[in-house]
Design a protein around this ligand. Structure first.
Ligand code: HAM
Length: 429
């Protein structure tokens, strides 16, 4: 059928004006908050070398790439995430820049995912990153930015929470429980899926994929439900390597509490993040009811710049998508009402005044006013109807007698009040 031949690809969206207004509402909040924290906006190309993602981002994302060979025989991919591009851009030009570098961007990203609630094949993702700072204050700062953006959009601690962990702490705990150092990445991959697969399957996979025995696997799964730093300190505080990692996470949580954001933050050792390059504190933001997928995810990735061939610089940041966030805002009734508006609608009484009306409309636009009018001759009644549909605040009627006297009739559409205004006053001449 002709219609289906040109239907939208699955997992892609159209944005008619009403939907675009909602998207812009989200983008505007993202930008406002990033600027409030002193971040600068940047962008990069939507198409990158395939190499940039292979091995750096991890298997899961590489399996979802939109990649092809271009006409110059280069293997390329549509960007599935922004972090490797950021690492590439800064790897090349950071030397001339004072540190820390605080940058943000809102790219459209592409992943060939199985389409499901909250997961599409394209999405927009606000990325906020600090590069060149290894102190835990930077980790806390980016999480504060993420939390504040959701607050800016009207969400509160009753709507969402940040689940935080630290890969270094989890590594120290796993080693203490018997996982070999060279199996830690496999253990992370298994733990990353614990919510979806449950405790039983996690235990089985830990045994088969990380080589621990049944007893250790059970202890690891049990440990993952420990959400208090005090509890962890009581159990593992005698191990210096764990104590050191715990102290960092304590400092991190302490900073967020000092910022007044303590209610949003929960320690959760099951958060490891799916991407391969994270090296330290990691976090994800979820709706409180736990009905939706992650709204946002991020963490520290101190080796990625070096991996893509740049200077070794520590880095931390997050990505927040527009899809899950949009769903949550809709659910909470936080979509601003959509209203179409123009400031003026010019009504032309007869064809004899059309040029006069056009000159007036143009003079108003020159002043920066928004103006619409009907393109062809219509009855005054129909033109008023059109003005209503456009959401015009004021209607300017250009009639033959009035124009001859150098005036127009202006109606305020909210009150219905009408007054004669000299053309010069309106057109600013
Ligand atoms: P990510 O966890 O893959 O991280 O994505 C971050 C967020 O983007 C997710 O929490 C989700 O809201 C949204 N998202 C991801 N994939 C999709 C999809 N297919 N459809 C809809 N929304 C999606 C990263 O991409 C990291 N590069 C973030 C980062 C920046 N880490 C450090 N700096």
């Amino acid at each position: 059928m002709a219609t289906s031949a040109f239907s939208r690809l699955p997992g892609f969206r159209d944005f008619p004006p009403e939907d675009l207004a909602f998207r812009n509402h989200i983008f505007d909040a993202w930008r406002r908050v990033a600027l409030r924290y002193g971040f600068l906006e940047y962008d990069g190309p939507p198409l990158e070398s395939l190499d940039l993602y292979v091995e750096k981002s991890g298997e899961e994302i590489v399996g979802q790439l939109y990649n092809f060979v271009d006409k110059g025989d280069r293997p390329v991919a549509l960007r599935p995430e922004m972090t490797p591009s950021l690492a590439r851009i800064l790897g090349e030009r950071n030397r001339a820049m004072s540190k820390p570098i605080r940058w943000f961007t809102v790219p459209q990203l592409f992943r060939y995912e199985r389409q499901q609630r909250g997961r599409l094949r394209e999405h927009y993702q606000w990325n906020v990153d600090i590069v060149g700072e290894d102190g835990v204050g930077a980790d806390a700062e980016v999480l504060a930015v993420a939390i504040d953006a959701l607050r800016e959009l009207g969400l509160g601690a009753e709507d969402f929470r940040a689940r935080v962990s630290d890969r270094r702490l989890l590594s120290a705990l796993l080693v203490a429980l018997g996982v070999a150092e060279d199996r830690l990445m496999q253990a992370f991959a298994v733990i990353d899926k614990i919510e979806r697969q449950g405790g039983e399957k996690t235990r089985e996979r830990l045994i088969s994929e990380t080589g621990v025995d049944a007893d250790a696997a059970a202890r690891i799964v049990e440990l993952l439900s420990e959400s208090s730093l005090e509890g962890l300190a009581a159990r593992f505080g005698d191990r210096p390597e764990v104590r050191e990692e715990l102290a960092r996470l304590e400092e991190y949580v302490g900073i967020l509490r000092a910022m007044g954001l303590g209610d949003f933050v929960e320690v959760d050792l099951t958060i490891v993040r799916g991407l391969a390059y994270y090296t330290g504190i990691v976090f994800e933001l979820f709706d409180r009811k736990g009905e939706l997928r992650a709204i946002c995810g991020g963490g520290r990735y101190d080796r990625l710049l070096e991996l893509v061939g740049g200077d070794p610089l520590p880095a931390v940041g997050f990505g927040m998508g527009d899809v899950v966030l949009g769903e949550l805002l809709r659910e909470r009734g936080l979509v601003p009402p959509y209203a179409r508006t123009v400031e003026y609608f010019v009504v032309v009484v007869g064809d004899g005044e059309r040029h006069a009306a056009l000159s007036l409309a143009h003079a108003l636009r020159e002043q920066g006013r928004s103006v619409a009018y009907s393109f062809k001759g219509q009855s005054v009644r129909k033109q008023f109807k059109a003005a209503e549909q456009e959401g015009a605040a004021q209607v300017v009627v250009v009639g033959p007698d009035e124009w001859a006297r150098g005036v127009v009739m202006v109606r305020d559409m909210s009150t219905g009040a009408e007054r004669e205004v000299p053309v010069g006053d309106l057109a600013g001449s």
